[in-house]
Design a protein around this ligand. Structure first.
Ligand SMILES: Nc1ncnc2c1ncn2[C@@H]1O[C@H](COP(=O)(O)OP(=O)(O)O)[C@@H](O)[C@H]1O
Ligand SMILES: [Mg+2]
Length: 350
């Protein structure tokens, strides 16, 4: 019997989506094909995350180094511990399955570390991961490829501190939606209906990031397109998302029964074809690998489906959107995991 491939499933982490990641990681651990893979879970939080939650006093340029010298055991270096864990001779993995969502996981940082360590991993590479996490950078790429995306403007913390507030009415129009540039799970997001609400919404978003995306709020149907592969892509059936509360926020995303998911989405054929085309162009333009899930709105005014964002590591439980779409395409959850690992193996050490 040939040796099974050793897989370290990386989960948890320190982002705001830590809990969601643990659920994904455990679901992958449970469903992985044990005849082919010898898997073990690695909780990035458990091996140390305080490099991110450093008290302000020790996070400055000098503060951190000084604190490490004075009391090394009190300042935990998560990345160093993770590197040691993954390169330990006894447990060296053949490939890392990254089941992390959000910053320090889905954003290219962990991918970069794995490249330095020479360990193959699942999903998109450094550039695609970083681009997709940055909603503003994503929109610039989409516009350069003529992929429809809602009208937008942006403001940084530096600008806002100097009294610069975008003219939303002029640049994208109301209602508008204000989001932290690099968050997920609808965290820090506010819909504003007039210029009066802009400042409070920007301040809320700035609590989560140093730059803010302000976008035209597009009324319509929300859909998402799962894609497998790097070059030879498999487009999965479109899923329509109908939040019962009217807004796809954190609660609607993660509370059972609050969101209706319809696969395949009941769309007219030309609309579906345009949505699939926009999603495929997005995946290719960003340079995604292994998998992605592109979120779109089908505007009620009949305009072309418009791309909101691309998720490079979407939720990975059997009832999450990408696995649901794969299921509808005849790919059970266990096979989906194998497909994602195979794609990572093909990419090799990057
Ligand atoms: N421009 C928009 N028009 C209408 N609804 C939007 C728009 N942008 C975001 N939303 C809503 O907010 C949710 C979260 O926004 P999204 O850009 O996907 O960020 P994330 O999922 O990373 O938090 C979407 O699923 C959608 O319901
Ligand atoms: Mg989204």
């Amino acid at each position: 019997m040939s040796e099974r491939i050793r897989v370290a499933i990386l989960m948890g982490g320190a982002s705001s989506e830590r809990e969601v990641s643990l659920v994904s990681g455990r679901a992958v651990m449970e469903a992985i094909d044990t005849a082919r893979y010898n898997a073990r879970p690695v909780d990035l939080g458990a091996v140390g995350s305080s490099v991110y939650s450093c008290p302000a006093a020790v996070s400055g340029v000098r503060g951190r180094a000084a604190a490490v010298r004075e009391a090394p055991e009190s300042i935990y270096n998560g990345a160093a511990v993770l590197a040691a864990e993954l390169t330990d001779k006894q447990s060296l993995p053949d490939i890392v399955f990254i089941a992390l969502h959000g910053r320090y996981g889905e954003d290219g940082t962990v991918q970069g570390m794995l490249e330095l360590l020479g360990i193959p991993y699942t999903g998109s590479g450094v550039l695609a991961s970083a681009l997709a996490m940055d909603k503003i950078a994503t929109k610039r790429v989409l516009e350069s490829c003529e992929v429809p995306t809602p009208a937008w403007t942006s403001v940084t913390a530096w600008e806002y501190a100097r009294g610069i507030v975008p003219d939303v009415a002029d640049e994208c129009g109301f209602p508008a939606i204000v989001k932290p540039n690099r968050e997920g799970s609808t965290i820090g997001v506010t819909v504003v209906h007039s210029a009066d609400g802009v400042r409070a919404a920007v301040e809320e978003a700035l609590r989560h990031d140093t730059s803010v995306l302000i976008e035209k709020f597009v009324r319509g149907r929300e859909i998402t397109v799962g894609i497998l592969g790097a070059h030879d892509l498999q487009m999965l059936p479109i899923v329509e998302i109908r939040p019962r509360t009217g807004f796809y926020d954190y609660e609607a995303k993660y509370t059972a029964g609050l969101t209706e998911k319809i696969v395949p989405a009941p769309l007219d054929e030309p609309v579906a074809a345009r949505a699939l085309r926009a999603a495929e162009l997005t995946h290719r333009a960003i340079g995604c690998s292994g998998m992605s899930r592109v979120d779109l709105i089908v505007p009620e005014n009949g305009e072309a489906p418009t791309v909101l964002e691309v998720n490079t590591i979407p939720g990975m439980t059997p009832t999450s959107l990408l696995p649901r779409a794969a299921q509808a395409a005849g790919i059970p959850f266990t096979d989906l995991i194998s497909r994602i690992i195979e794609c990572g193996v093909e990419e090799g050490a990057r």
